[in-house]
Design a protein around this ligand. Structure first.
Ligand code: SF4
Ligand code: SF4
Length: 416
């Protein structure tokens, strides 16, 4: 990727600036897509060096991709920022706690052990409230906040008895669950299994690794491609026997369907792996899109409830994959959907670096979102993304807004 050439194609129209997540909460044009693109071009030409100030600027992008959807030149600023994050990781190294986290992502058994241990220890450090944990203590890096709960047994381990479906004429799908739904919000996968069972679709939970998104957003490209290649090899072992691989998480779906290729392209000599990935992609779907377009679920959704739902569009679903109609069409059959102001405004999750080193940015972006949710008058907010769930639960608590979160699959399974 030639950052200098891409930067030259920017016509400085500023269409990307007003809706940029970081610019909306920090009105300095240096921290805006137009500013990033200009700086990345100058940096690539060698006219400025990567010092701590530049690192700080490039790490303030939320990677929400809002700018790309608005840019007449289709400049992919987020992808350019990823390139700079790789350089940052190479020059400054990766913090010890991120390294430890990425190590766990690459070692599933150890991660299973650590998370089940966390499930037992969590009550000492957190107060529980529905599907949220509020920390009792404030850690300097992480602040005092609402986070995810921990499941005693991961979703994958709980359902490892579901073997590859037999050839009985039914549709057959594999589920890629994602780490947050595997260890924290396990009700998402349970709801999906219930829906598939009602549709008489056979499901199984294959061996799988993390999609690599947390490492990708941090520039740890070696860890990402290790996970990408391991997953591709695992998928190839069962792909001929299934109709689809479905993913109930926007970030994992966008990572697999779009960013795995970007990540492989960032390493040389990966043409063979890219070809192997491209053979798999036609069968990979985000869950609501699959259920809406490839099953008769919508005909089974008839029990209308009076509950008012508002739907937040995860950036990775709407802006990267173009999915926003499908979850609404499904939910609309059973609930009253009331649209919030700026439903596709980024929730402000931003990834590991924003959540740990720049939490004030996530906090400020979240407060605006929480206010929009409150003003909608809804009783429940929904989004097909557990990273959004974690961020929105925290933002709603910070803004003292008493509205709960449910994944669309939970709402659909309750309404069936
Ligand atoms: S990806 Fe989002 S935060 Fe980053 S420059 Fe684009 S709009 Fe701004
Ligand atoms: S919208 Fe695109 S062309 Fe216009 S200023 Fe932003 S990056 Fe440049």
């Amino acid at each position: 990727m030639n950052l200098a050439n891409i930067s030259q194609s920017c016509v400085k129209c500023a269409k990307c600036v007003p809706s940029c997540t970081i610019y909306q909460i920090n009105r300095d044009e240096v921290n805006s897509p137009r500013g990033f693109v200009d700086l990345l071009g100058i940096y690539d030409k060698g006219k400025i060096s990567l010092d701590k100030n530049l690192k700080d600027i490039f790490e303030s992008c939320f990677l929400c991709t809002t700018c790309t959807t608005l840019c007449p030149q289709k400049i992919d600023t987020a992808n350019m920022i990823i390139k700079s994050r790789i350089d940052i990781a190479n020059k400054f190294g990766i913090s010890w706690y991120k390294k430890a986290y990425f190590y766990l992502l690459k070692h599933r058994k150890l991660m299973d052990f650590v998370f089940s241990f966390a499930a037992f220890g969590a009550p000492c450090a957190f107060k529980k409230n529905d599907d949220k944990l509020r920390s009792r203590f404030s850690l300097s890096k992480f602040g005092k906040r609402t986070i995810f709960p921990f499941a005693k047994k991961s979703f994958i381990n709980k359902h490892s008895n579901l073997k590859k479906p037999k050839n009985n004429g039914n549709k057959k799908v594999a589920v890629f669950i994602g780490c947050l739904s595997n260890y924290n919000y396990t009700q998402v996968g349970e709801s999906l299994l219930k829906i598939l069972s009602k549709l008489e679709i056979d499901a199984f939970i294959p061996k799988q690794e993390c999609c690599g998104a947390p490492a990708y957003f941090t520039g740890d490209i070696k860890s990402v491609n290790y996970l990408v290649k391991k997953n591709i090899a695992l998928f190839e072992g069962f792909f001929d026997e299934i109709d689809a691989l479905i993913i109930p998480e926007a970030t994992c779906a966008a990572m697999i369907m779009v960013d795995w290729k970007h990540s492989l392209e960032l390493e040389s000599n990966n043409k063979e792996w890219i070809a192997r990935l491209e053979r798999l992609l036609p069968k990979i779907h985000i869950a609501t899109e699959y259920l809406y377009n490839h099953t008769n679920l919508i005909q089974k959704l008839k029990n209308k409830s009076n509950q008012k739902i508002t739907y937040h569009d995860p950036c990775h679903a709407k802006k990267v994959l173009g999915i926003f109609k499908e979850p609404r069409e499904l939910l609309n059959n059973i609930y009253d959907i009331v649209e919030m102001k700026e439903c596709d405004r980024c929730c402000g999750f931003g990834g590991v670096t924003i959540q740990s080193q720049k939490y004030h940015l996530a906090y400020n972006a979240g407060i605006v979102k929480a206010q929009n949710i409150k003003e909608s008058g809804a009783e429940i907010v929904s989004a097909e993304c557990s990273a959004c769930r974690m961020q929105l639960n925290n933002a709603l608590d910070n803004a003292n807004v008493n509205i709960s979160f449910k994944h669309p699959l939970e709402l659909i399974s309750e309404g069936l």
